[in-house]
Design a protein around this ligand. Structure first.
Ligand code: DP6
Length: 324
């Protein structure tokens, strides 16, 4: 009753921010992302009838809130399988623990596949995305391969994720720049609750369907310029939602702003590079693979040293090497 899974993190170009059902994690809008090859989580789960309590270790730590969410997720799996054994769970990230890149998406995607496999459940991809979503919304997008759409849905069964283009369809790289090592000032779950009552959310949501259709069209056409500009516009709109929440949340640091300006300057100089930013200060640069070396030179010239280069990647998978 033991299995190990490896899951990529993902970055959303059209973002999930706000839930219409808090408990079921049904989002206010659909979202579009790509899996990231070099930001991964590996998780081993073993169910054992002799264990008296779940034993959870995440990156060598037992952080209270994370442990609670992991146990809640194990309970979902136990309920589905109708087996009540406790489990040992060990999870590690491919990136440094202190990079500020800690991701609930890769974490809950890996946990979902490892736990369901270890307990003997046979779920198809769609069912896995639905189960992963209950752990952390963005985790559902780390289950399928490549470029992924999470359909907003109206119920748990209709809010799921699916590949829209394979990983090798659009030859981009996503470079995560590590601006701050600190973990988030406010968790995404808490941050999202603050959209309630934000008058600007209405306008955002009224344009979401169109935005999703546009970004899909730009990926289909491999049109980096329009794709990149829409990703930037969306990232700025998402951060304006956090800024206009009550109380406001401001995730950026001075270095975040500096990189935004550098991106625009490099673009003026002829380098086709674009940014997106999640709920934190780190910036993700989007570029065609062919221009990666030029971007690295620019980063060096600007004294940006800490970054991780990612390519579009496959989704969650089982691996044979267990962590314990
Ligand atoms: C800004 O998936 O972390 O990264 O469902 O509460 O666990 P919970 O939230 P989470 O939110 C991710 C928010 C985001 C945008 C995105 O990935 O779409």
């Amino acid at each position: 009753m033991k299995a190990t899974a490896l899951a990529p993190s993902n970055i959303a170009f059209i973002k999930y921010w706000g839930k219409k059902d808090e408990k079921l994690r049904i989002p206010l809008n659909g979202s579009i992302s790509v899996n990231l090859s070099n930001l991964t989580t590996t998780t081993t789960v073993e169910f054992d009838k002799e264990l008296l309590a779940d034993e959870i270790s995440i990156n060598g730590k037992k952080e209270e809130n994370t442990v609670r969410r992991v146990i809640e997720h194990l309970n979902r799996v136990r309920n589905l399988a109708k087996i009540n054994f406790r489990a040992k769970v060990m999870s590690i990230n491919s990136f440094p623990a202190s990079s500020g890149l800690a991701s609930s998406a890769s974490g809950f995607a890996a946990l979902t596949l490892a736990a369901t496999k270890a307990i003997g459940l046979k779920l198809d991809e769609k069912q896995l995305t639905i189960l992963a979503r209950l752990g952390s919304g963005s985790a559902c997008r780390s289950i399928p391969d490549g470029f992924v759409e999470w359909f907003e849905g109206e119920s748990s069964e209709t809010s799921y994720a699916k590949t829209i283009f394979p990983a090798d369809y659009f030859d981009i790289a996503v470079v995560s720049l590590i601006v701050s090592k600190e973990s988030k000032i406010l968790s995404t779950t808490e941050g999202q609750k603050k959209v309630i009552g934000n008058p600007f959310m209405k306008i955002r949501l009224s344009r979401m369907e169109e935005k999703i259709n546009m970004i899909k069209k730009f990926i289909e056409r491999k049109d980096l310029d329009h794709f990149g500009k829409l990703s930037e516009e969306e990232a700025l709109e998402f951060h304006s939602m956090t800024l206009t929440s009550n109380p406001p949340v401001f995730y950026w640091l001075p270095q975040t702003v500096k990189i935004i300006h550098l991106t625009w300057q490099w673009r003026k100089e002829g380098l086709p590079v674009y940014f997106t930013i999640d709920a934190g200060p780190n910036v993700f640069l989007i570029i065609k693979k062919d221009y990666l070396e030029k971007l690295k030179t620019k980063l060096k010239e600007s004294n940006v040293q800490k970054y991780i280069v990612n390519y579009p990647a496959g989704g969650v998978r089982l691996i044979t090497k267990h962590l314990f």
